[in-house]
Design a protein around this ligand. Sequence first.
Ligand code: GLY
Length: 363
Amino acid sequence: MQYLEVKTQSQSYKVVVGRDIFERSLQEIFNGSSWDKLFLLVDENVFLHHGDLLLNSLNHFADDVQHLVVPQGESSKTVAFWESTVNFLLTNGVRRNTPLFVAGGGVAGDLGGFVAASVLRGIPLIHIPTTILAMVDSSIGGKTGINHQTGKNLIGAFYQPNMVIADTRFLTSLPRREWINGLSEILKYGAISDASIFNEASIFQAEDYRIIDQEKLISLIYKCIKIKADIVAADEFESGIRAFLNFGHTFAHAIEKACNFDTISHGEAVFLGMLAAQKLSRLTGYSLNENFLEPYKPLYQFRVNPDEVSSEEIYSYMFQDKKRTDKHLKFVLLKEWQSPAVKNVTNKEHIIEAIMLMINEMM
Ligand code: GLY
């Protein structure tokens, strides 16, 4: 079991990483005390495979454990589902100190985080990320939110959890595609911060993810969380270096929108987005001699028909990015590997060229 501390202005909290650590971590949280009530918000697939474990373990620490299952997919990150979750908590007697445990990937985590932030102006939140992506990215750093009909994550808050328990046992029930989804965020840390990650991520070349060396996996997850924790500690509300975590994401969000958030996953879009951002870095004059992402390309199997997306459409969606602050498009580019910078790019031809590379890579 490995620990690290995320220290932000608004809250410091522990992240625990390891295998089969869920029950032990709960003992630390509750530290001999028990509660009359707690809530669990749980992804439907996680509930199917690990529901008994979650409920039995939590039942040791509370007289009354109320749970609500979150259907898979972005349709759970809606105002309507947020409202039903809030109703569920309020009609079942939530109080200011009642903890909300959230077990799942990015969707359950973003929704649950925003529910915890908004109910009674904030209740204790414990994340149990059950996907690689949620472990290394979305459960850390306090971004919470739901979607609006005009775009993704447009309603939300920064709200740090009280603890994060990343137990790799939960990864065993994930489909291969979901592992690859998380790999993209791991490779992102390689690109912006630590080159050793490109070597260590080679464990993802495994045919069968259930037999991945656990020590290597845990140390890789730990390394990524540490990078994110340091960035978030320095810039909790994204006024500076936290933006580096968006490497590849301006392209990714636009292509996700062009695919109606349906035929491409976030991780697949981020991988393509990083290839495009790498290309744009070169077009802008930075010399990136190697392509560290190249060996990972064969792991991605895109299901998008490239004829159904156009570069102009993707370009126009980039202007809807919620992080845009003026009339120009801003990108996280690489001056060199592990040396990111946020740059305005005004040359449309360069951007279109980078988008074309993304589209061609999908074939
Ligand atoms: N996922 C990027 C961030 O948390 O800032």
